[in-house]
Design a protein around this ligand. Sequence first.
Ligand SMILES: Cc1ncc(COP(=O)(O)O)c(C=O)c1O
Length: 402
Amino acid sequence: MTMSVADDIQAREARYILQTYRRTPVTLVRGEGVRLYDSDGREYIDLLSGIGVASLGHAHPGLARAIADQAATLLHTSNLFYHPLQGELAERLAHLSGMARAFFCNSGTEAVEACLKFARRYWYTRGEPRTEIVALEESFHGRTFGSLSVTSDEHYRAPFAPLLPGVTFVPVNDPAALAAAVSRRTAAIIAEPVQGEGGIRPLTPAFAQAISDACAKTGALFIADEVQSGLGRTGYPFYFAALGLKPHLVSVGKALGGGVPVGAALVGQEVADAIQFGDHGSTYGGNLLACRAALCFLDELVGGGLLAHVGRVGPHFEARLKAIAAAHPIVKEVRGKGLMWGLDLSRDAGPVVPAALERGLIVNRTSETVVRLLPPLIITQTEIDEALDRLDAAIGAVEASA
Ligand SMILES: Cc1ncc(COP(=O)(O)O)c(C=O)c1O
């Protein structure tokens, strides 16, 4: 029996890769724009972007050129030296976010980890060592120990206990519960302005107001985790601003490098003033390759009109999803903003994933019942229509088989 290329790849992984991921049995080998191709040459429309990362789509010519040019010039120097790009990227992120300074790292979890450490450092510097954190139920902030400690899902937490002490979880969008949980012992409140893994749940304006009120009353810092919702995904540079929130710290990652790993903790001046040389660091953080890719992404987002594009196509995406929901009783609710959407079903959303794949569409299930959609930000209205026709058919097939 001859093995296909995909069989060969999958067999090698089964033998040598630590089995932490339950992969979909598809081997992706090439991409172009919103489309991905597998090892048998099958085409898929990508409504997931590698979980919110491929913001410029796949094989974006400008990003590919920038990366190649940077690789042929200089990739890495460490943070022991200056290079020309890190300060420029920090300045651009400061202007976009209204935050004062940036610390660069390599992933979302490291960005959250840095925010948690800087929050602790702020209180330590003030001689008032507050250590407690208030986080939200249904939250997801990453898999390293600090980020995991503020992530609510017991399934992720339990095998790794004990985690950081002093973390309290409150129900999302419950202003009274938040007010009751935050005190003068609270170092920081951490929240995703739109919860991602938790099922695409935007914070309500009333809850955002409760966060602002609790911070004003107790002095607690606010960390906005914009790793999934930030940098244009919702049609806003950052969703915290749409909610009227003024964070002291912001974590970003995912879309920033368009596929090159890069994360950042954006820090307000008050907190920045508490940080000293040597307090935190990363060998790779903010290297030339990461900064060049991120600058290319920001060029497209702001100067290149990508943000305005999301503002234009987002409402069309929403209208099409609402039409799908109206046509299929298993869709209970449509939640999201811009190009960040969840379809909450009255049943396990798992079977929608293979039904969509069969129809040439990549989507993902999160939070058991939610079909999550995070398309590349470059997706056009025509591509949205083609993709959502496929999704409509996939949901129809799942509904018919129920
Ligand atoms: C809101 C949020 N924070 C943090 C993370 C962790 O990011 P990473 O997987 O890059 O460490 C994620 C990942 O899904 C996320 O959605």
